[in-house]
Design a binder for this molecule. Sequence first.
Ligand code: NDP
Ligand code: 8X3
Length: 251
Amino acid sequence: MAIILITGATAGFGAACAEKFAGQGHDLILTGRRQERLTALKAKLEQQHGIRVLPLVFDVRDEDAVNTVLGGIPEEWKKVRTLVNNAGLALGFSSVEEGSTEDWNTMLDTNVKGLLYVSRVVIPWLKAQGRGHIINIGSIAGRQVYANGNVYCASKAAVDALSQAMRIDLLPYGIKVTGIHPGAAETEFSVVRFKGDEDRAKGVYNGLTPLSAADVADVICYCASLPPHVCINDLVLTPLQQANAYYYHRQ
Ligand code: NDP
Ligand code: 8X3
């Protein structure tokens, strides 16, 4: 069994991945800003699956916190097999002209720089083992741009580029890099994007059977479960009713 590190494990894909990896018997390092959720998840998963959970509370935007809290974990926990860079968010939905610069900064700092800060700490641990796997959660929004998606789409295009770059960097060390690009999935994502407006968030999925967090976690865990010589480099998954980032067949 291995140690799996999941950022953004307090909700959505991250929490669903934690459940699934725990069910496979892996020990988990789970991160997020909401301590109470991490504490509850630790208690539940340790009790249900007999695994160990190390909860770490930090904001991925805070470089010092990433370096001290994540970088300072006990040596035995540094034998991470798989890092799932999942923490991320969208904020707002408007043209560039009408966008909020604060929202842009939060998205770019979280989705791009946060992913880099975490990866920078973990990569030496993977190299030291001569193996490992980094799974970056991008988005279909990083593949095509949709109206009013501008900065979120750009942040996820950057995640795609960074996944490609890390794959080149890490190939000589036997470390896999997978970019996963989900389409519409009903999690807390749209409630966060629309700043607590539950009705507007629900409307995103009108007429659709969206992906669930568990659907996406299944795919992430499958990618992580392949033999050492097999790597899924890049994977797009959508609900059946979604053809690309902006074309849906709603019923
Ligand atoms: P959720 O809002 O349900 O979960 C987001 C997670 O990210 C939470 O655990 C949250 O934890 C964490 N997070 C957000 N900001 C920070 C931060 N600054 N520091 C640390 N952790 C943070 O969304 P999803 O599960 O849907 O999203 C997960 C990832 O998947 C994101 O990168 C998102 O962009 C991407 N994605 C989502 C899609 C969707 O349709 N849902 C589709 C494609 C990609 P906390 O608030 O406790 O810090
Ligand atoms: C989340 C999917 O289409 O809302 O990345 O941008 S979308």
